[in-house]
Design a protein around this ligand. Structure first.
Ligand code: COA
Length: 250
């Protein structure tokens, strides 16, 4: 297990925390694998009743590591196997997912929230998905889930125009349940997780399945996006955007 992701169980609650603060929790392949493993294994552990996904002060996640995107673009690969594994794990999770978001939530840092059952955000949270500006297409089934959640036009502004949402706007469009002070995010997420974990497990699982429907449709959309994403990663538009970000301080 990489220490860039920590996994800790406290009673029935598993906390999966992204822990790469110097890079704003930008996600690498090994981080995706660690997060996928923690979510997948919870499905087989009856004593884990809820999974909290958290970042740290100032950063939930700055999205996929752009250095790794540039490498993938150069080598002809697409979104890596570990990233896809993580996205499938989110879609197929049998445990409720609660997110605790502080600071920046970019790209998959925002789109992973569409798979969560309950989201707590700090007042300093900022959500953005600059896929198209980077020459890419939306991922994580966000092209399906975001229009469903917030309506097509708000989803278009977020996913295509790359307009960001502050915590209040994210709350208004249903991406976030509760907005609290940054120092209270983890405690509020634990409170929600404990509330969920205390429910009758079988009834909660059955209700959740009814509400979420089949995960097959979501997994199919993830895979369709992955195919397009691979084409887009190779594009001159995308390569230029990654290189510009990585060179911006030099
Ligand atoms: N991939 C790789 N490194 C990243 C990163 C990413 N997605 N996001 C941030 N970093 C790194 C920066 O390069 C910087 O590293 P350095 O200190 O070695 O130069 C460090 O994290 C801090 O980032 P910085 O840009 O200085 O912080 P900021 O507070 O000014 O801005 C962001 C934060 C998230 C707004 C900005 O880093 C950003 O736009 N990142 C890219 C987000 C992105 O496009 N993600 C992919 C979406 S598909």
């Amino acid at each position: 297990m990489s220490d860039l992701v920590t996994v800790a169980d406290a009673g029935p609650i598993r906390t999966v925390r992204m822990n790469r603060p110097d890079k704003k929790n930008a996600l690498t392949a090994s981080m995706y694998d660690a997060m996928a493993e923690a979510i997948e294994s919870a499905n087989n552990q009856a004593d884990v009743r809820c999974v909290v996904i958290a970042g740290g002060p100032g950063a939930f996640s700055a999205g996929n590591d752009l250095q790794e995107f540039l490498q993938a673009a150069t080598s002809g690969e697409g979104l890596g196997a570990a990233a896809v594994r993580f996205l499938h794990a989110l879609a197929r999770s049998e445990r409720p997912l609660v997110a605790a978001v502080q600071g920046v939530a970019v790209g998959v840092g925002t789109t992973m929230l569409l798979h969560c059952d309950h989201v707590i955000a700090a007042s300093d949270a900022r959500f953005s998905t600059p896929f198209v500006s980077l020459g890419l297409v939306p991922e994580a089934a966000s092209s399906l889930l975001a229009p469903r959640l917030m309506g097509y036009r708000r989803a278009f502004a977020l996913l295509v125009m790359g307009r960001s949402l502050d915590a209040a706007a994210a709350h208004t469009c249903g991406l976030v349940n509760t907005v609290v002070a940054p120092g209270d995010v983890d405690a509020e997420a634990m409170k929600a997780a404990r509330e969920i974990a205390a429910l009758p497990a079988e009834a909660m699982t059955a209700a959740r399945r009814l509400m979420r429907g089949t995960s097959d449709e979501i997994v199919e959309r993830i895979d369709e996006e992955v195919r397009l994403f691979k084409e887009r990663l190779q594009s001159a538009e995308a390569r230029a955007a990654f290189a510009a970000f990585l060179a911006r301080k030099s």
